[in-house]
Design a protein around this ligand. Structure first.
Ligand SMILES: NC(=O)c1ccc[n+]([C@@H]2O[C@H](COP(=O)([O-])OP(=O)(O)OC[C@H]3O[C@@H](n4cnc5c(N)ncnc54)[C@H](O)[C@@H]3O)[C@@H](O)[C@H]2O)c1
Length: 454
């Protein structure tokens, strides 16, 4: 291709000029917690966005302007669904349209805690089938170092139809990794204001992906390779998993010693350097922290190295629901009651406050464990009116209403998630026994002899 100046314009130059004049089209595969806010951020930056998802209910919801991720607020979906610069589709042959395709599909663990890259590889195949010169592909899903080069790229290339010339990476098409750092429910940062790491499979891919994200994200940090960007994301999540495990272990110890771990953490956090507070809880939840470090553990076996911190943190964090059950059992016992035939209410099904995401939430484990011991278990969550089928659980439960009399009817109320919508004073005034795993009742007034921290 020749520019008006008569110089040869490369495929990369064409993409840069499209980015500069906003004629660049973005495709986003996976319109969930990560993909939807990202689509919104690029749309807000003035680009045309095509969203792809295999879930027809999301495509329909976006067409109708219905918000399916409550914590994001209704405006996000409305602004997309009413715009001529956005559409959502399940027609993957349209993957030939966008100049950049960003992959935001799940990366769960399999039945034996091995990485399940089937969604990423499936997206790679979808892209490969229609890959055209001048496309930039970016993987955002969290995964072990080496996935973009060793799994995604081969899947794409293998899917290119027979008879179509194989394109050259870095000249005809471009591939990069840019980890998502979405933290649903966080008010201080959003997709636009959270710095974004970018690392490509080659220098041109890195440069193009950096320019792409600079359209929508305030601060883009370029690293030397996709592998560095992949490893940085796993480091971030491992750092959290290990530190949470440490305070969970300290919680058990300090509780035994009659010392309030929450007060200890707050006291230590007054040090203005060299300390960062992490808080204990009923276990780990969400799509990231309980899962991502084990992607690295699996990969580490390839080079014959152990990941002892990750394994130990997993062991401690996985033990927390059992600790909560033991504390509840003991508190009931003190009141001459058994768990068997007790009525237990779990407060909060989501894995963290003020969102409706229940993936890997320890509340499910608590419900299952109390039921196994013969208790009758209900839950209340203002953001999760009913349970839906998940990979491990299909509880078919509905959130019960929360009134002073309903609270009084339970033998034990277990605070699993501290949603801000809860009226803690009313809960403390009404429930006969409360197991508080979140220090939610720290500000209540009046008696506390019916509150057990766990
Ligand atoms: N949720 C978070 O807070 C968060 C934060 C950082 C990173 N991540 C990572 O981002 C990735 C996506 O997570 P998420 O929370 O957005 O997941 P999600 O389940 O909310 O969304 C994934 C979407 O992808 C769709 N999908 C699945 N397979 C598909 C396919 N083959 N083609 C098209 N669409 C497909 C699903 O229908 C769903 O809508 C994961 O790797 C996760 O670890 C998530």
């Amino acid at each position: 291709m020749h520019s008006s100046l008569g110089t040869v314009m490369t495929t990369a130059d064409t993409l840069k000029s499209k980015l500069a004049d906003n004629s660049f089209v973005i495709g986003i595969i996976g319109l969930g917690y990560v993909g939807l806010p990202l689509a919104h951020a690029f749309h807000q930056a003035g680009l045309r966005v095509v969203g792809f998802d295999i879930d027809p209910s999301k495509i329909t919801a976006l067409a109708k302007g219905e918000n399916y991720l409550k914590h994001l607020g209704g405006e996000m979906v409305t602004s997309l669904s009413t715009s001529a610069r956005f559409c959502a589709t399940a027609d993957f042959t349209r993957l030939a349209e966008p100049d950049a395709i960003i992959i935001c599909v799940p990366t769960p663990l399999g039945a034996h805690r091995e990485p399940d890259l089937s969604y990423v590889v499936g997206s790679g195949r979808d892209i490969g089938r229609t890959l055209r010169a001048g496309q930039l592909i970016v993987l955002e899903s969290t995964t072990y170092p080496g996935t973009t080069r060793g799994d995604l790229l081969p899947a794409m290339l293998a899917a290119i139809p027979a008879g179509v010339a194989k394109p050259e990476l870095g000249r005809d098409f471009f591939v990069a990794f840019s980890p998502e750092r979405e933290d649903p429910g966080r008010k201080t940062h959003n997709t636009k204001s959270t710095p974004k790491l970018v690392g490509g499979l080659d220098a041109v891919s890195t440069e193009l992906a950096t320019l792409l994200y600079q359209k929508a994200i305030q601060h883009v940090v370029t690293v030397s390779s996709a592998e560095v960007a992949e490893a940085a994301k796993i480091l971030e999540n491992t750092f959290r998993a290990v530190n949470i495990a440490m305070v969970n272990e300290l919680k058990v110890l300090l509780t035994e010693m009659g010392i309030d771990v929450w007060e200890v953490i707050d006291a230590a956090a007054t040090k203005p350097f060299g300390f960062m507070p992490f808080y204990p809880g009923p276990g780990l939840g969400g799509h990231c922290i309980p899962i991502d470090p084990f992607y690295l553990t699996w990969k580490a076996r390839e080079v014959g190295r152990p990941t002892r911190f990750i394994e130990l943190a997993g062991e401690v964090n996985h033990g927390m629901p059992d600790y909560v059950v033991a504390r509840t059992t003991s508190a009931l016992n003190d009141r001459c009651k058994s768990v068997k035939n007790s009525r237990i209410l779990i407060l909060g099904l989501a894995y963290k406050p003020d969102i409706d995401d229940v993936r890997e939430s320890p509340s499910f484990e608590l419900i299952e464990k109390f039921r196994d011991l013969g208790a009758h278990v209900d839950y209340n969550d203002p953001l999760v009116p009913r349970t839906h089928q998940m990979r491990k659980y299909d509880l078919r439960m509905e959130s019960v209403s929360l009134t002073p009399s309903s609270l009084a009817s339970y033998d034990a109320v277990v605070i699993s998630t501290n949603h801000t919508a809860y009226d803690w004073q009313q809960i403390a005034d009404s429930a006969p026994l409360i197991i508080d795993t979140r220090n939610a009742l720290r500000r209540i007034t009046g008696r506390r002899d019916h509150v057990v921290s766990a």
